[in-house]
Write a protein that binds this ligand. Sequence first.
Ligand SMILES: Nc1nc2c(c(=O)[nH]1)N[C@H]1C(S)=C(S)[C@@H](COP(=O)(O)O)O[C@H]1N2
Ligand SMILES: [Mo]
Length: 296
Amino acid sequence: MEITPHDLYKKRREFLKLGAGTLLSTTLLSTKLQALNFLKDDKTSLKLSDESLVNNHINFYEFSTNKKRAVALSNSFNTNGWMVDIGGECEKPIRLSMDDFIKFPLEERIYRFRCVETWSMVVPWVGFELRHLIDKVKPTSKAKFIKFTTLFDKSKFEDQAAFFPVLEYPYVEGLRMDEALNPLSILAVGLYKQPLKASNGAPIRLVVPWKYGFKSIKSIVKIEFTQTQPKSTWELYNPNEYGFYANVNPQVSHPRWSQAYERELGSFFTKPTLLFNGYEKEVSHLYANLDLRKNF
Ligand SMILES: Nc1nc2c(c(=O)[nH]1)N[C@H]1C(S)=C(S)[C@@H](COP(=O)(O)O)O[C@H]1N2
Ligand SMILES: [Mo]
């Protein structure tokens, strides 16, 4: 069959449609990030971690527990048409696209980030305060916790399709309502003034800088307000080792290793870990009535 100019025209149209759909929100976000005069360009004295270390020294178990393999697999992760459902105990449940999320007041936040495995980093996230989203959907008086869920898709995540997956999926995390409303809790859509890479949790992830890294759940598709404390993935995996709170605390050891010191990505030496990862002033009041040893 001969290809007529009309066929070519149609093909081109299809290509354009597809191309536009695939790239729209990331392109919009990159353009926005380049033009953005960040609301509060963070002026901390923290020295940023090397960008390529942050992109490559990752934990994303849905892809693989092997950091290298996880990064390699994440390169083809397609977040086209990503939607997040926000519901549960709230008056105005809503479904948002990435184009909706990037309309929230985006800021750059330079945060320390501490993994339970004792490595740490300093990251310039781009995101918005979680409380702005919470305000929008009006939680009811029954909402005591907020639960986050990562995408479940065996065609995209190798470990979800495995015969013996490492974790129970989908990955779930939770916060107490007052923790979620703390201005330090953000939903991130970018880092280093670029849209988030899949390895770091594209297109949208939680960042809670005073807690161990596993609380900062990646690639979120669902946010729910709940009356009862959600069981998080790592708690289900091993409740003796990973608690619901997971506040960074140099004095409370993991059962198999000390948490007193950490090694920053790219650094040879270790340094002392700080209570609440250095955010004691901002968050210690949340735990005034809590035994931090029992509620680890
Ligand atoms: N969905 C999902 N979120 C996740 C993880 C994961 O495996 N799956 N790993 C967690 C852990 S253990 C850490 S330390 C941080 C790491 O974030 P980074 O890879 O962007 O540094 O993501 C957290 N969020
Ligand atoms: Mo972690």
